[in-house]
Ligand binder design. Structure first.
Ligand SMILES: [Zn+2]
Ligand SMILES: [Zn+2]
Length: 421
């Protein structure tokens, strides 16, 4: 392809009989390298020459390749472009179950959208955001995990964010307002996310202020998270079943304080949250589903402290019902978890017993099935034998008949001979 392009024998934006460009084809195959090469040769990332107006991003979303999707996004693909069915790329990805792609597109923001606040505008003497905070803030906006504990960890890991948390949430609020006032193609998802992050940042700002006097003391060492007290508060469980009530109310407050109440996404979110009882589906689950795509996160694969989903989570050795990213997450959760660990251990044993019983039942059923199958096999064999006996008999009879026929004929001809004589 590259050679054809170089020789000028093919034009990069030429289309086939379905109106598809080479970039459309490469995106559909999830071939990131090919896409990169084509884009470098001037392929139009926004082309929707396809018969049904699919863009390269639609095709990449269908392919399920997050790498290709990411490349197209950073190359300027429009997330709001719709095909002739009125569907965006994220909606197509959701339709075929490519949830990682949905989350990626819904959370995407060009870095330049944050960078522009690092330049003073108009009469400003100072920019709204120190340039050293732009990247950590941008990374946090792109973060898919919305658990406030995870957000607290991210802030904790960035000295710049801690130092400038006030300007960070102020910029987030400006971005939220700006997005809501777009004349068209308002990205409601990112608008809601800006608001939510600003809300959590404000909580963390309060915590940092409380810590200030302590941090100034000489020899101040914090062996756990600096946000330990608020994290503990978020994670505190309800007496009856350990349900994280505080977190639930916190997230609900965050959503309730969203200022653009007429936004369809917000109305849907509010309906979903007020529809159920406290403790049915957590507000965090619903919010994550709303922002990242329809799939709310699966609790059995996420860290019990920070909600991070990863493959190698470590289970509590006693109850085996909760799991953590690492020792830090486990330590933070222990004062809360220890009240429920015994209860969960009993629950775990119950579940295991049930599972074992099910397995036994299944094994028995399989044995029974095996027996039955053998019997039918035997019967079939017998039937076959009988059938072949029958065939043999019939053949014998035919032979006999033929023999008698022959004999009869012989006799007849003998008689004829006799007659001739
Ligand atoms: Zn964790
Ligand atoms: Zn436990």
């Amino acid at each position: 392809m590259r050679n054809l392009l170089l020789k000028g024998e093919a034009k990069v934006n030429d289309t086939d009989s379905n109106g598809m460009t080479t970039l459309h084809h490469a995106a559909y195959k999830g071939n990131t390298d090919m896409c990169k090469m084509l884009l470098a040769h001037g392929a139009d990332v926004s082309s929707d020459s396809h018969d049904h107006r699919y863009s390269a991003l639609h095709f990449a979303a269908l392919s399920g390749s997050t790498e290709t999707v990411q490349l197209l996004l950073t190359s300027g693909a429009k997330t709001y472009h719709t095909n002739t069915l009125g569907r965006t790329a994220a909606q197509m990805a959701a339709f075929v179950g490519n949830h990682a792609v949905v989350a990626l597109i819904n959370n995407y923001l060009p870095l330049s959208d944050v960078l522009k606040y690092t330049e003073p505008t108009g009469l400003e003497k100072e920019a709204k955001l120190p340039s050293s905070v732009a990247k950590p803030l941008y990374d946090l906006i792109m973060q898919v995990n919305l658990h406030p504990v995870k957000i607290a960890f991210s802030v904790e890991n960035s000295e710049e964010l801690q130092k400038n948390i006030t300007s960070a949430w102020k910029v987030l609020e400006i971005m939220c307002e700006k997005e809501s006032k777009q004349s068209e193609n308002v990205n409601e998802v990112i608008c809601l996310k800006f608001h939510y992050l600003a809300f959590v940042f404000k909580t963390l700002e309060k915590e940092l202020k409380k810590l200030e006097p302590m941090m100034e003391e000489e020899g101040f060492v914090k062996d756990n998270s600096i946000f330990e007290s608020i994290i503990r508060k978020w994670l505190r469980g309800r007496h009856s079943d350990g349900f994280e009530e505080h977190l639930e109310y916190y997230i609900r407050d965050a959503i309730k304080s969203f200022p653009y109440v007429e936004m369809p996404l917000f109305m849907q979110l509010a309906r979903n949250i007020t529809g159920g009882e406290i403790g049915d589906t957590s507000a965090l689950c619903i919010l994550s589903g709303c922002i990242n795509g329809q799939r709310a996160f699966q609790d059995d694969k996420a860290c019990s402290t920070c909600g991070q989903e990863q493959k190698a989570l470590k289970r509590c050795s006693k109850c085996k019902m909760v799991q953590y990213c690492d020792r830090c997450c486990q330590k933070l959760h222990w004062p809360i978890h220890k009240k429920f660990c015994d209860m969960l251990q009993i629950e775990y044993k119950k579940q295991m017993k049930k599972l074992e019983e099910e397995k036994e039942r299944e094994a028995e059923e399989n044995e029974e099935k095996g027996k039955r199958e053998k019997e039918t096999e035997k019967k079939n064999l017998k039937d076959e034998e009988l059938a072949s006996q029958e065939v043999r008999k019939r053949e014998e009879n035919v032979k006999k008949n033929e023999d008698t026929k022959c004999k009869d004929e012989e006799m007849a001809s003998g008689m004829k001979k006799v007659e001739i004589k």
